[in-house]
Design a protein around this ligand. Structure first.
Ligand code: AMP
Ligand code: ZN
Length: 114
């Protein structure tokens, strides 16, 4: 049994509030939302972080952002706008080492992020 939290959510070994899934990607609500909409878009394939991306993952990364685009639409985040974030490594604020895109929206975002 894998120790990776997001692999376990993907395999439904632990509960997640899944809002989208296909053969390559699962999206679920963040347990500690930082905005009215805060969804994590996650590849089924375990990739530790953006640092570990390979050419093999080229199409998968495109699919991740297309899913984020679709979820932004279904969650009414357009046309006001939304934010997508990938935290990478400890200096980037990453806490779960399974690559994921944060989709945040429903409030005004500020810059720079913390
Ligand atoms: P990051 O800090 O970029 O690695 O993002 C990890 C995210 O996973 C954080 O926003 C956490 O709130 C979220 N998270 C941690 N545990 C869970 C869980 N069991 N279900 C959903 N989201 C989680
Ligand atoms: Zn994993």
């Amino acid at each position: 049994m894998t120790q990776c939290l997001f692999c376990r959510i993907i395999k439904k070994e632990i509960p997640g509030r899944v809002v989208y899934e296909d053969d390559a990607i699962v999206a679920f609500e963040d347990i500690n939302p930082q905005a009215p909409v805060h969804i994590l878009v996650v590849p089924r394939k375990h990739i530790d972080s953006l640092m570990n991306l390979t050419k093999e993952d080229k199409e998968l990364m495109g699919s991740l952002f297309l899913v984020a685009n679709g979820l932004a639409k279904t969650h009414n985040l357009t046309p006001s706008g939304f934010r997508t974030v990938i935290n990478t490594g400890s200096g980037g604020g990453q806490t779960v080492y399974h690559l994921h895109v944060h989709l945040l929206g429903g409030r005004q975002m500020t810059w720079p992020p913390g």
